[in-house]
Write a protein that binds this ligand. Structure first.
Ligand SMILES: Cc1cc2nc3c(=O)[nH]c(=O)nc-3n(C[C@H](O)[C@H](O)[C@H](O)COP(=O)(O)OP(=O)(O)OC[C@H]3O[C@@H](n4cnc5c(N)ncnc54)[C@H](O)[C@@H]3O)c2cc1C
Length: 488
């Protein structure tokens, strides 16, 4: 087959067509730069189910929500803790079209990128199909495995894995009208690997329920999580009826900040997944203007756009914050299974501004470290010990975090504590659940690709349906909030 002829260079070339790639394309186009997208597929709705805190999304992306919940809760014991922070589920088709409309004309090459070669005026990117595509600014936004750059995972990749399904239910598997961010109750009995339920009421008798392992190394397999979800649903007397859609999630949570050399890594390829929540989409939307602005300035001035964009994305503060977050990953990995619920009970009992800031990728390291110290002080002794061990294992990072915590401004913008209900701890029965991935199974590319294939994000949520019976929804909400408002 003859090699395709070399097309004209563009100002920017972005590898990948996920939310991070397109968010950056929008911002570069807004600064009048020509942009080529290279992906193995034509524009297509993103395959994963994307949720985000509503206030983390820019206004135009909020308009892509197919469902917004104001009743958002966690269970770290029998009683729910209200999070009082609206949560959105994105309609991926709407989200894709909003990004494409905002970008305007893009040059789109269908191909799989294999490597890139530096030249006097940028890079030439090569594809498996034989394209050689030149651009002055090249971005690797190819997702968790990257394409031109291999993300680094200190100590090995620690994965979030989850198995979920959208189904009709005769009896509600979680509170009607609510979004359950984390339910650590275990009606099916505890397992060695702690998992929680992530659940959304999508309207009528339809729910999305997902058995999730927040972070583990090695991580529970799809088979184990599927079995556990069905056990949970059976044990609480709410087996699924018709299953409309299944989702398998597997991605690393602990990629380090990339180094400044070569093409810019952005999105999941660029260490931008939040290591505690696994969120990335809202963060990429927020970072894209900053990165595009720096790259555009450099392109205009004849400077290296990669160095400029990297410096804008990873100022020393943000790199230090990433280190503190990765310390948090190590702490979570060190926690005995039965201590995760008490950990999150203390976490969500922090003033809302403190836990919001902890989950925000832009929070400076000093504020993060202060929150960690505050959390540490609030934890039961049994939970503290493994966390202290994690901190002592990396004295350099811990020392820096401590110093920045002490130097951080003490005047707190945090409102007073919200009355979060203290829930009863879970059983510490650590009955063995051996169904975990072996180290040999941790071929990231394979796991991640199958994870992405598992999702379609096509949940037919109708929470904002104009035909919905508002009286019924208000009654549902009142019913759900009753345990939170009743005086004991
Ligand atoms: C199932 C699932 C659910 C998730 N849920 C959430 C959530 O609710 N909220 C949240 O914030 N985050 C979530 N995440 C985490 C993260 O935000 C997503 O993985 C997100 O899709 C990452 O966006 P991205 O644009 O960086 O990469 P991706 O969305 O993975 O996009 C990568 C793009 O690169 C292309 N590509 C890959 N290799 C090559 C190559 N060699 N050449 C050319 N193109 C290539 C792919 O085809 C794709 O177009 C989830 C992840 C998974 C797997």
């Amino acid at each position: 087959m003859p090699a395709p002829t070399e097309p004209a260079p563009t100002d920017a070339l972005i590898v990948g067509a996920g939310p991070a790639a397109l968010a950056l394309a929008v911002e570069l186009r807004a600064r009048h730069h020509s942009v080529r997208i290279v992906a193995p597929h034509a524009p297509q709705a993103f395959p994963a189910t994307y949720g985000a805190w509503l206030d983390d999304l820019p206004a135009w992306a909020q308009a892509c929500a197919t469902h917004v919940w104001t009743d958002v809760r966690v269970y770290t014991g029998p009683q729910p803790t209200p999070l009082l922070r609206p949560y959105a589920l994105l309609d991926n088709t709407r989200f894709l079209h909003a990004l494409l409309d905002r970008a305007g004309p893009l040059t789109w090459t269908v191909g799989t990128v294999t490597h890139a070669v530096p030249g006097p005026d940028g890079w030439t990117v090569h594809t498996r199909e034989g394209h050689a595509l030149s651009a002055r600014f090249v971005v690797d936004a190819a997702g968790h495995a990257g394409s031109l750059r291999r993300p680094q995972h200190p100590g090995g990749a620690a994965l979030q894995t989850a198995y979920g399904l959208t189904a009709r239910f005769e009896r509600p598997p979680s509170a009607p009208g609510a979004m359950v961010w984390m339910d650590y109750r275990a009606p099916h009995g505890p397992g060695e690997t702690p998992t929680f339920l992530y659940a959304m009421h999508l309207g009528g008798d339809t729910y999305f329920v997902e058995e999730t392992s927040l972070i583990a190394r090695p991580a529970p397999t799809r088979v184990a999580l599927r079995a556990r979800l069905h056990e949970r649903l059976r044990a609480q007397g709410t087996p699924p009826g018709e299953i409309l859609h299944e989702e398998w999630v597997a991605f690393p949570m602990n990629a380090a900040a990339p180094d400044p050399h070569g093409p810019l890594a952005f999105g999941a390829a660029g260490g931008m997944v939040h290591p505690i929540s696994g969120f990335q989409v809202a963060g990429a939307l927020r970072a894209a203007p900053l990165v595009a602005h720096a790259a555009a300035d450099a392109l205009r001035a004849g400077r290296d756009p990669h160095a400029a964009a990297w410096a804008a994305l990873w100022p020393p503060e943000r790199r230090a914050a990433r280190e503190v977050h990765l310390l948090g990953v190590q702490a979570l990995l060190n926690l005995p299974p039965d201590q995760l619920a008490p950990f999150f009970r203390a976490f969500f009992a922090l003033p809302p501004a403190a836990w919001h800031a902890f989950l925000d990728p832009d929070t400076p390291p000093g504020a993060l470290a202060r929150t960690m110290l505050r959390l540490f002080a609030a934890l039961p002794g049994r939970t503290r010990l493994p966390l202290a061990r994690a901190a002592l294992a990396t004295p350099g990072v811990s020392g820096r975090a401590l110093r920045s915590a002490m130097n951080a401004p003490t005047a707190s913008a945090h409102p007073g504590p919200v009355p979060a209900r203290q829930a009863v701890g879970m059983s510490d029965d650590t009955r063995s659940e051996k169904a975990v991935l072996n180290h040999e199974d941790l071929n990231q590319t394979e796991t991640i690709q199958s994870g992405m294939q598992g999702a379609t994000g096509n949940a037919d949520a109708n929470g904002l349906d104009p035909d919905v019976d508002l009286g019924e929804r208000v009654e549902e909400l009142r019913e759900n909030l009753r345990p939170l408002t009743e005086q004991k």
